[in-house]
Design a binder for this molecule. Structure first.
Ligand SMILES: *[C@@H]1O[C@H](CO)[C@@H](O)[C@H](O)[C@H]1NC(C)=O
Length: 224
């Protein structure tokens, strides 16, 4: 009696298992077929993900702050870049960076770019940079990124001018160091926005150069 019940249950159990396998296979197949569109943002790929915040920052800046991101150059291969309020001011893609020191001046109140320039610090005339730094108007933000060699032609006058803009490391900057800095005209204190990596052959990431540096953050707007 018991055996015959079991025997009758066997086909039922088999049918049940077969149905489950069929359904799971079928559903799995259709879920793969009806793929969630990438633009829904549920399955983003790294290269298609749009930065959520200005300049690709990890967080948003308060309304009375500007967002910025400065990358130094990588060795003598990849040029530096500067983003300010989601605008790329200088970059290899814009083809407006060069070896030496890349400097952008920005109105600290409006956030409007006043001018930018590159200074060859290996074989250029350092007086061009002295003149540029001396003519910076009041309440101007100064963004600086090194590329290849920012140090050879630095002199005391230039180091002093950068120190007056709030730099801590301009006084020790040297041959093929990496340096990123955001300062301002008439800054009373040292700027919190600065990174410096000395060119030390035994520690360099690249053979003749230290690692590239990235500086990002929110800088307060100057209120008139
Ligand atoms: C900076 O922007 C403010 C406000 O728009 C303006 O009054 C000032 O003249 C500008 N400064 C410079 C140097 O352009």
């Amino acid at each position: 009696m018991r055996a015959s019940v079991l025997l009758r249950l066997v086909p039922l159990a088999f049918a049940l298992v077969a149905t489950c396998v069929f359904i799971s296979t079928y559903v799995g197949f259709s879920m793969r077929t009806i793929r969630v569109p990438r633009w829904l943002g549920l399955a983003p790929k790294e290269e298609t993900r749009v930065p959520k915040f200005k300049c690709g920052l990890r967080k948003s800046c308060p309304s009375d702050y500007f967002a910025f991101k400065i990358n130094s150059g990588a060795a003598n291969v990849v040029g530096p870049s500067m983003c300010f309020e989601n605008q790329m001011i200088m970059s290899p893609v814009k083809n407006n960076v060069d070896r030496g020191l890349n400097i952008a001046l920005i109105n600290g109140t409006s956030g409007v770019t006043l001018k930018y320039s590159s200074f060859d610090m290996y074989s250029g005339d350092p007086n061009h940079l002295v003149k540029f730094l001396k003519e910076i108007p009041e309440d101007t933000l100064v963004l600086v990124a090194s590329y290849d060699d920012p140090g050879t032609k630095l002199n005391d006058a230039i180091r002093k001018l950068f120190s007056d803009l709030g730099s801590t490391h301009a006084k020790e900057l040297g041959f093929r160091d990496s340096w990123v800095f955001l300062g301002a005209k008439n800054l009373k204190n040292k700027s919190p926005f600065e990174q410096w990596l000395k060119n030390v052959p035994q520690q360099n990431k690249y053979e003749g150069w230290p690692e590239l540096l990235e500086l990002q953050g929110c800088v307060p707007k100057k209120v008139l």
